[in-house]
Design a protein around this ligand. Structure first.
Ligand SMILES: *[C@@H]1O[C@H](CO)[C@@H](O)[C@H](O)[C@H]1NC(C)=O
Ligand SMILES: *[C@@H]1O[C@H](CO)[C@@H](O)[C@H](O)[C@H]1NC(C)=O
Length: 256
């Protein structure tokens, strides 16, 4: 079994500093250090070998769930969605899942069996929220389509073109039937209930949850770099996009 060069270099570096010194009873050549628990113990490298083996087996863990409670026309929401959330999801889609809830600070009033909505940025925003909600319900390409809408100068005007780009087979007539009908109304009501159920209650938009939890600290970290937050919170083997396992080897010796 091949010992990663990094491991050898790090152990050597640390032995120079007196960090993780090699046991003098080590009778194995470096290439054999990790070949068995016995050789690893004898050569004083059990922990790095276990970490190395662990990394190779690519342990998987639950994906980090990122929730975004937002409004289709809120500038801060658009910036977070297009410049942070979508690119992070493209790179780290294997270890994260995204839930989008377009509603934010909207208000609803029951009107018979339906609901009337009022949105912070006016009726156009309610329309944008409902289009995005119907898309989320009708196609698994909703996130790229919503990204396309939110990054265009005309969020609502671009909707149909964005849909035809990312999901050519999607029938736009059916989407608009959802938007203007009971289905869209009921789905928006679900968004209202989900937003109202947030604990703590949301105070602003974009409002971010990580694994269902919202704290000021998580919000700040997500806004500063969602990418780093997801990488650092993921409990399984970090994907190469997270920068490899270099730090494991270093901290392993320093903690000894
Ligand atoms: C590392 O994995 C190899 C192959 O699975 C195994 O033979 C070896 O004993 C493991 N080393 C340690 C230190 O557990
Ligand atoms: C779409 O909405 C309907 C009605 O609320 C629901 O039964 C269905 O599970 C939703 N589908 C998806 C993919 O969200």
């Amino acid at each position: 079994m091949k010992v990663p060069l990094l491991l050898v270099v790090t152990v050597w570096l640390n032995s120079q500093r007196g960090g993780c010194s090699l046991s003098s009873s080590c009778s194995y050549p470096p290439a054999k250090w990790c070949s068995s628990p016995e050789s690893a113990v004898q050569c004083g490298v059990l922990k790095p070998c276990l970490v190395s083996n662990f990394t190779k087996s690519r342990q998987t863990a639950d994906p980090i769930q990122v929730g975004l409670y937002y409004e289709s026309l809120c500038p801060g929401c658009r910036m977070f969605l297009t410049e942070m959330l979508f690119p992070t999801w493209l790179m780290l889609g294997d270890i994260m899942s995204v839930t989008l809830v377009p509603y934010g600070n909207a208000q609803e009033k029951p009107d018979g069996s339906k609901y009337i909505f009022e949105c912070q940025h006016g009726a156009q925003e309610c329309l944008g929220n409902t289009i995005e909600t119907c898309l989320l319900n009708m196609t698994n390409m909703a996130f790229p389509i919503i990204f396309c809408m939110e990054s265009s100068s005309d969020v609502i005007g671009s909707a149909k073109t964005c849909a035809s780009l990312y999901s050519p087979e999607l029938d736009w007539g059916k989407v608009m039937k959802c938007v203007n009908g009971d289905a869209g109304n009921q789905l928006m009501h679900q968004n209202a209930l989900e937003t109202a159920a947030l604990k703590p209650p949301h105070q602003y938009v974009p409002w971010i949850t990580i694994n269902g939890e919202h704290t000021e600290d998580l919000q700040d970290k997500a806004m500063a770099s969602l990418y780093n937050l997801v990488c650092s919170m993921y409990k399984g083997t970090k994907p190469p996009a997270c920068g490899g396992s270099q730090r494991h080897f270093r901290s392993d010796c320093h903690n000894k």
